[in-house]
Design a protein around this ligand. Sequence first.
Ligand code: HEM
Length: 413
Amino acid sequence: MTTTSAAPRVVTDAEPIRLWENGFATDPHRYYAALRAQGPVGWGELAPGVPAYVVTERIAALDLMRDTDTFSHDPRPWESTVSEECPLLGMMRWRPNSLFSDGTDHLRYRTTLLDAFDLVEPHDLRERVHRAVHVLVGRFGPRGEADLVADFARPLVSMLFNSLFGLPDSQSGRLTQALVKVIEGGDQAAEGEAEFGGYILELIATKTEERGDDLTSRLLDHPAGLSAEEVTWQVFLTVAAGHEPSANLVSNALSRILGNPEYYTTLTSGARPVMDAVVEVLHHETPLANFGIHFARRQTEFHGTEIRPAVPIVISYGALGTFAERAATGPLHPKDASHLSWSAGPHACPVRREALLIATEAIERLTQWLPDLEPVLARDRLAWRPGPFHRSLMALPVRFTPRTPDLPAEDRT
Ligand code: HEM
């Protein structure tokens, strides 16, 4: 925690910067500049009438993530201040899982996830990605046109999660639809949360009956002895936390590759690695743009700002990434030039290695199958989905020479 001798700023008097409105989706950096103008901690709104502190400065973000004595991940004090209809509850409601816990509870949950994912070998994950890309190209390849968000990035991640958690591909459409509703935090959020909950409950019931070589079975059998309910919430979290950002990492990187002649002309010759585009995304339009939600355990002063308890404090990974990159050309040390898109401290993304592998392999494989992908729209004409948390394209339409890979009959639908 950082304190100063001057009286702390009271940002709550300022007009909140509305991260839920359409303008934020169109031009987030204008909103980030407005937040930054308020100091390291700005005052925003995550939904109409639901305010939050927003951290846009790197040192402040790191202090927040590491000061577990002052800040907690438990949203329950905040929950009691909002109505049951609050569209953010799908994303922010307390559940007994890693994301919403602190201390020993957190360590117990996080260890089960790390141990389960540790058994996913990179070569196995790579093969799963290749298979999913093959199936998807088999579906849309013959058309010669596709939307790489709806036809590729989202179903790809649903297929991967289904297979990793032990469900068949036939369930992947259901998963995608439910999650889109939850993360948008709009009118359909409660419906999406219920659909997603139903999906997870069925998964747990299936695996309780018959174990397999999958993440769900590993969580059920982990020596930490999680109850079936606790396993349900770890799976709920992992799918919810991983699906949308991973799909967005793929589609945002693809949009940079297709919109940039330098990548586009060199992609197939391998001169510019796909990883470059992925790293650009982590700086410029990181998939989880604002998250890392903390709550002060008591009224406190933080980087010169008065912080009230029971009000969310959000880390703007989106604002931090671009700023860090600009700073890299200035007087800052290069270590300060890195983005924080995987977060840091005890809750940092435990699956970043896997997420990077999925994104790069998926894009490389897709462009091997369809080497002449051509964007239908210029990049500055692409539309972004509104919502305070994500940076997510509505669609990424492309054209290409039709291609029909051979597929087994069961994969053709
Ligand atoms: C295979 C895909 C992924 C899975 C399964 C996954 C899973 C998780 C889980 C379980 C947590 C909670 C950890 C804890 O509370 O201790 C987490 C945190 C986090 N993940 Fe991932 N993730 C994935 C991909 C991504 C991607 C693509 C991004 C963005 C680039 C991302 C960014 C983050 C961030 C920033 C956090 C910190 C949480 C916070 O902000 O509060 N993750 N992830």
